[in-house]
Write a protein that binds this ligand. Structure first.
Ligand code: GLY
Length: 369
């Protein structure tokens, strides 16, 4: 009889659930732990834009990684839907990235040499979305930056985990990693130790402490995003409208999701009047008719930030058995399928199909040295 390899995934956000699903498909016996319920933090506060073009401001390997994950999304969500009957609401409408200020226009024009689309005049932008403000100066249209609905993706992934036999343990904090004979081989939990061949830490902004216990001092900090939702009489836009500091996403249920602040205020995720007002002002400047929509609700999430804005994806020298996949900042939803694929390859002892050097957790120590 072949013995199945086992893995513990710490962190039940979209990244952790996607990795657990991938490892289960690869034949691992997987246990997924979270200190709370699954997908209760950044993953479901997220907007769900698959913004490989809109969110990335420089050419390079990270842009390529984002585009790879974007290409994986449709088949990945179709697979989840087929398995679970729960649709992640993949919506193939692009993002109109409109400039309202000279500075923003300059920043967007600076992307033209590598972004793969051309500058659109104000008239061309408003031909795409006529309800946008006449003050729009022009902008870019990212046709392949589609969207999913994070709540539906979370429900679909959770159902997929159940159907594929993953052991899911919510409300089970990992207090520390266990090392034996130089290898990380499990985690300490309040109910006792849990052992596995691999331990994968995906705990977002909360992962730093656990990793520090494993000898890895990775800077990870929460970046608060505050959002709100409104219900207009009818949807004024088909595509997501995005300007500096604000996006407006039309949902299949007839609502608009509007976000988001970007604040480093610790682990506070209470929406504030000032935060919502600041986002609202930008939303109204971009899409004036938003002021007539019925107000529904506010919420906030904590993105896991890193000093260089790149995620930590990879193994850890000096801690065999331990793998890190966290710090996805504004791009956790987008990067879920490609991160799961890469961690699946690493955990299985394969050479990752993407060079992980830019994302290695070791880069922090290299920078400190
Ligand atoms: N990716 C959208 C956000 O982080 O607000």
């Amino acid at each position: 009889m072949t013995v199945r390899e086992s893995a513990i995934v710490v962190g039940g956000g979209i990244i952790g659930c996607s990795i657990a699903y991938e490892l289960t498909k690869r034949g691992f016996a997987v246990t997924l732990l979270d200190k709370g319920g699954l997908n209760e933090e950044a993953s479901t506060a997220a907007a769900g834009m698959l913004g490989a073009h809109v969110e990335i401001h420089h050419d390079g390997p990270f842009y390529e990684l984002c585009k790879e994950s974007q290409r994986m999304y449709r088949p990945w969500t179709e697979e989840l839907y087929e398995l679970t009957g729960i649709s992640p609401q993949y919506t193939p409408e692009g993002i109109v990235r409109a400039a309202l200020t000279e500075d923003d226009e300059l920043e967007l024009r600076g992307r033209l040499p590598w972004i793969g689309c051309s500058w659109l005049s104000a008239d061309e932008i408003r031909a795409l979305e006529p309800a946008l403000s006449p003050n729009v100066r022009g902008g870019l249209y990212f046709e392949s930056d589609h969207q999913i609905h994070p709540l539906h993706l979370a429900r679909s992934l959770q159902a997929a985990l159940q159907l594929s036999g993953c052991r899911v343990m919510p409300w089970m904090p990992a207090l520390g990693v266990i090392r034996e004979n130089g290898r990380v081989c499990g985690v300490r939990c309040p109910q006792g130790p849990l052992y596995a061949d691999r331990v994968i830490v995906t705990a977002g902004a909360w992962g730093g402490e656990l990793l520090e216990g494993a000898g890895l001092k990775l800077p990870l900090f929460p970046v608060k995003g505050q959002c709100f939702a409104v219900r207009p009489a009818s949807l004024p836009i088909r595509k997501t409208a995005f300007t500096q500091g604000c996006y407006i996403i039309p949902r299949q249920d007839g609502t608009l999701t509007i976000g988001a602040t970007q604040l480093e205020v610790g682990f506070d995720k209470q929406p504030t009047a000032a935060g919502i007002a600041a986002v609202y002002a930008k939303a109204e400047a971009l899409l004036p008719c938003v002021k007539e929509a019925a107000f529904l609700k506010t919420w906030a999430g904590l993105r896991p930030g890193t000093p260089d804005g790149l995620p930590y994806i990879g193994g850890v020298a000096g801690a065999p058995g331990l793998i890190v996949a966290t710090g996805h900042y504004r791009n956790g939803i987008l990067l879920a399928p490609v991160t799961a694929k890469l961690i699946g390859q690493l955990a299985s002892g394969e050479t990752p199909s993407t060079d992980l050097a830019p994302y290695t957790p070791e880069r922090v120590h290299a920078a400190q040295a």
